[in-house]
Design a protein around this ligand. Structure first.
Ligand code: CA
Length: 234
């Protein structure tokens, strides 16, 4: 195994229904020292991203039932900014992927070389992370957040945040020191398309505190500003 990432490995989600292609992608990504999760369907992929955060998603366009395009749209509709690379069979489709408001970041056209795809994955990992105040890595207490690779570790061990928990943390990091209201968090982290109530924000803040705070019930970093909202003090 190569170990070019240092510490915890970036997680990649591969959504591909064709077994040989899925195996090929998983094997090559694992060889490059990514933590790989694969699903055969878009529906399973949606369940995975609710469970944890991925550094990059690779979506095949043609999937049974819900297509890769629909999945991509759904991920964006949920307000999730994880980099998405689409696998398309024809370049005509590629135009749609990028041209329409689907929200993919990049695409490769089948047949593609694995080396090419790996280069695209690396490019996405380099690119993402500009939203946390330009800093790639933020350390507070025993927590280390690699914004670019969407990795959170605590005392060297990976913290398994869901995709939404990570988005919330990333947003708070980008606005560190500022008091952000629940309404602002709902608008910017959940997006208007989501039917959620401000109580949801409180629940996710509580979850983040469990993951990151030395004493979650007496928070030191992610504090409540009464009557206003929350403030990340790091
Ligand atoms: Ca397919």
């Amino acid at each position: 195994m190569k170990s070019g990432h240092g510490g915890a490995r970036p997680a990649v989600l591969v959504v591909e229904d064709e077994p040989r292609m899925r195996f090929l992608l998983a094997e090559n990504l694992e060889f490059e020292d990514y933590a790989v999760t694969t699903t055969e369907t878009a529906e399973d992929a949606l369940m995975e991203i609710e469970r944890r955060s991925f550094s990059v998603m690779i979506l095949d366009l043609m999937l049974p039932r819900m297509s890769g395009l629909e999945l991509c749209r759904e991920v964006r509709a949920r307000g999730l900014h994880v980099p998405i690379i689409m696998l398309t069979a024809r370049s005509a489709e590629a135009d749609r992927v990028i041209g329409l408001d689907v929200g993919a970041d990049d695409y490769v056209t089948k047949p593609f070389s694995v080396r090419e795809l790996l280069a695209r994955v690396r490019a996405q990992l380099r690119r993402d992370g500009g939203q946390a105040g330009g800093r790639e890595e933020v350390v507070f207490g025993d927590v280390r957040v690699n914004v670019r690779n969407r990795l959170v570790t605590r005392r060297g061990h990976r913290v398994e945040l869901s995709t939404r928990e990570f988005e919330l943390l990333r947003y708070l990091l980008a606005h560190r020191g500022e008091v952000v209201s629940r309404e602002q968090l709902l608008r910017d982290v959940w997006g208007y398309s989501q039917v959620v109530v401000t109580r949801t924000v409180d629940n996710f803040v509580a979850k983040l505190r469990l993951h990151l705070e030395p004493k979650p019930h007496d928070p030191r970093y992610l504090v409540t500003v009464h009557g206003s909202g929350y403030q990340l003090v790091v």
